[in-house]
Design a protein around this ligand. Sequence first.
Ligand code: NAD
Length: 470
Amino acid sequence: MVYIPSKKIGGNGFANAAEASIQLCTVSSCHFVCDHLSTLFGKGVSFVESVLVGQQSSLYEQALVVFKNAAYVMGLDPEIAKVLEKPERSLTVRFPVVMDDGRVEVFTGYRCQHSTVLGPAKGGVRYHPDVTLDEVETLAFWMTWKCSLMGLPYGGGKGGVRVDTTKLSQREFERLSRRFFYEIADIVGQFRDIPAPDVRTNSQVMAWYVDTYNKVVRHFEPGVVTGKPVELGGSYGRDEATGRGLAVATAQACEYLGLDISKSTVAVQGFGNVGYFSAKILQQEYGARIVAVSASTAALYNPDGIDVDELMEYKVQNNGSLVGYPKAKRIGHEELLQLDVDILVPAALENAITVQNADNVKAKVIAEGANGPVTPEADRILLSKGTLVIPDILANGGGVTVSYFEWVQNVQCFQWELQEVRDRLTKVMKKAFAEAIKAKEKYKTDLRTAAYIVAIGRVANALKLKGIYP
Ligand code: NAD
């Protein structure tokens, strides 16, 4: 499976985005497609060729498909594209941690700064046994576009440590976190690169990070990380921010489609920070019916609705597992994604909706709570079915927006009230959604491409104004 533009374009542009849109094709001759793409993309074809010569594409290559498509539709200067396609800096660290039984284990961690054109790099740190540099670089790449789309003065960054946190004691977890942050201390800072929580990291980890950093640099700098506990300079409303932002964007999408959100049904994949708060706010503030919820332990379904807070209470009391929840029946993980619901919120990990299952997805709206839950191939299938996909860089942009609010409060040594945070977040989400819709209509394209056009446009303009140093 590869992408080729649907029609050949003439001159130095294209009539509209429909003409320029990329379609999913099965090809028997890679050489033919390479030639075709060479004509169309000129110098920008090299990555597509690598996808075509038969290797399975990496996550970064998949992400580049989306970037290149948007760049093509908006007519981005290829010299600018060249600068923005690759990360500015990636650091790999290998560091020892003394385990509780006295053994020393060596862990691998990464910090990538994809772009610092708009400001310091910004993005979370993920702990997962399968984290790779490719994944971290891709997540950093997405952060660049997310921060730009949300109108924040940040570039994109991301970090990760290859570790299974379920196998660590609390003391080992702390030692690993502190040592990792010590290892990357040279390249972070409140005006350089500002990490935050992501999968399996939380406000406690941020507390260890900020304390470690302050010891290393020997001054107080709370703005070096966001997502901290409120007692250490965290912002009210950060925990719920990604879910709240997603709920606002979903409500905007329903309004755009003429769907009554208070009569809609919702399935949520992932019941961690993003999935829980998305479900809670959609249920409690927008009146949507949450009919299905899953976590890695189990997927649950109740057509009459699942009380999200009750389920969370059950999860906490049940050692983090959803298994055995009495008020919903157990279904398969795949089944949840294919339920006949109005809204689907994939809020777990990447690649949940792929070419294998996209055809069976029935939701009218997909709000990407996770980063990259829909592969580019699946995206095309969904587009052809008329599904409105709210892309991750928009749907989950609420988290980094409140991280930005936290950073602003830290820099100003000031604290905002919760309501102020919520009001400002709602305003930012609505503005970003409106800008993406405006681009969608201007370029006659899908919402993902439109969101990227807005985001890339801002970074490209800033880069043009700065010029290339020296
Ligand atoms: P989390 O660790 O709090 O929650 C992840 C949830 O997904 C858990 O409930 C886990 O059990 C579940 N899960 C994992 N694999 C699953 C599977 N195959 N099927 C069903 N459930 C599964 O993480 P989070 O912070 O909620 O992040 C989730 C996603 O959202 C990630 O892609 C992350 O990058 C993205 N994201 C998070 C934030 C944030 O503020 N936390 C912001 C933007 C994007």
